[in-house]
Design a protein. Structure first.
Length: 332
C-alpha cells in the first residue's frame, strides 16, 4: 500500500472523513460517492452503472449534465464491459499506454446510463495507473465514473487537501493517496471518427499516439453551453482559481497591482519577481506536475492577480497551454 494514505482519524470532527480503501469500496457499492487518487488528478468516483450515484457526482460538483464523465476500469479486459465495436486501434493504444493518463472515446454499451455520457452514443474510458485507484475499482466490483473531485470550472485537485477544501460536506469520503504524479487531466482520444483525434491534450502526447497509430488529428475544442460535449474539459472557461489569472507575456507598460504574484517557468524575465517557478530547469514534465498545486497555493484573497509565464506549446506543454488558456482572463 503506497505511503501517505490517510485513514480515519477518530475523535476529530472532519467532513468528509478520511477514508480507507476498503471503506471507500463499501461506500461505492452502497451508491455513495468518494474522492480517490489517480496519477492525473483526484477523481470523484461513483458506480458508473448506477444513475443515482452519477446524479450525486453532478450535484456535488455543481456540474452541468451536458458535460460527460469518464469511466475508470482496472483491467484492459473491462473495456468490453462498457464499450462495444471496439476498434483494434483502441487495443493498440491500451497495450502501449495503459494503465496511464489516457482516455479513449468508444461506442458505448447500453449498460452505461445516458447520464454518464450526456446522452451521447459514446463513452470515455480510462485505466488509471495509480495503485490505490486500481484497488478501489477492483474492490468496488464495478467500473467507476470519476471526474475531477472539485467544483465545476474550479482548479482541479492534486492532493486530498485540495479536495477537502472544495467538497467538504458534499461527499462521503476521501482516500488520500498522496500528491498526483502527472498533475493534469488525461489525454482524451476519440476513436469514433475516421481519423483518431485528440480532444484534450495531456501527458500522452500526439507524437506518442502517432507512434502507435501512424496518424492523429488534434481538435481545437470550443464549448456550446447546454449542448452535449464530446468529452470533458471542453469549456472555454475552465480550471479557474478565484483570484484572476493572466497567462502569457504582459503587455509593456501594463500597470500591475502591488499584490500581484507570478508563476515563472525556466529563466524567463517577467514584470515582477517570480513567486513560484514551475521548473527552474525548463522541464515540461516537472512543470505539469506542479501546475495545479501552485495555482491552489496562490489562490488566496491576499493576492489580486496571478501572472503565469508562457510555456512552450510542444509535447506535454500542449496540455499546460490548454489548461492555462481556459483558466486565464483575456486582459488585465
Amino acid at each position: 500500500m503506497p505511503n501517505g494514505i490517510r485513514f480515519f482519524i477518530f475523535g476529530f470532527d472532519m467532513y468528509p472523513p478520511w477514508t480507507t480503501i476498503d471503506e471507500a469500496a463499501r461506500l461505492l457499492k452502497s451508491g455513495e460517492v468518494v474522492a480517490i487518487p489517480t496519477e492525473t488528478v483526484y477523481g470523484l468516483a461513483g458506480n458508473a452503472f448506477d444513475p443515482n450515484s452519477l446524479a450525486k457526482i453532478f450535484a456535488a460538483k455543481e456540474r452541468p449534465t451536458f458535460d460527460p464523465l469518464i469511466v475508470h476500469i482496472c483491467d484492459i479486459s473491462q473495456m468490453s464491459e462498457v464499450a462495444q465495436n471496439i476498434p483494434e486501434e483502441a487495443y493498440a493504444l491500451a497495450k502501449m499506454y495503459w494503465p496511464g493518463p489516457m482516455t479513449l472515446i468508444l461506442p458505448k454499451k447500453d449498460i452505461i446510463p445516458d447520464l454518464c455520457t450526456s446522452a451521447l452514443p459514446t463513452v470515455a474510458v480510462r485505466f488509471p495507473s495509480h495503485p490505490v485507484a486500481q484497488e478501489i475499482i477492483w474492490k468496488a466490483g464495478v467500473p467507476l465514473a470519476a471526474p475531477s473531485a472539485n467544483l465545476f470550472k474550479h482548479v482541479s485537485p492534486t492532493s486530498a487537501e485540495h479536495v477537502a477544501n472544495q467538497l467538504a460536506g458534499r461527499i462521503s469520503g476521501i482516500v488520500d493517496g498522496g500528491p498526483c504524479a502527472v498533475g493534469v487531466e488525461s489525454t482524451i482520444i476519440s476513436l469514433v471518427a475516421e481519423v483518431p483525434t485528440v480532444l484534450r491534450p495531456g501527458a500522452v502526447t500526439p507524437e506518442m499516439i502517432e507512434k502507435v497509430l501512424g496518424r492523429v488529428a488534434i481538435k481545437e475544442s470550443t464549448s456550446k453551453p447546454g449542448e452535449p460535449m464530446a468529452a470533458p474539459g471542453q469549456m472555454d472557461t475552465h480550471y479557474r482559481p478565484q483570484v484572476p489569472l493572466y497567462y502569457g507575456v504582459v503587455p509593456a507598460g501594463t500597470p500591475l497591482p502591488a499584490n500581484a504574484v507570478r508563476i515563472a517557468f525556466g529563466n524567463q524575465k517577467g514584470p515582477i519577481p517570480a513567486t513560484l517557478n514551475l521548473s527552474e530547469s525548463g522541464n515540461l514534465t516537472e512543470a505539469t506536475s506542479n501546475l495545479y498545486a501552485f495555482m491552489h497555493d496562490l489562490d488566496n484573497p491576499q493576492y489580486s492577480l496571478i501572472l503565469v509565464d508562457p510555456i512552450p506549446n510542444v509535447g506535454v506543454g500542449m496540455a499546460i497551454n490548454d489548461r492555462l488558456k481556459r483558466a486565464s482572463i483575456k486582459k488585465i
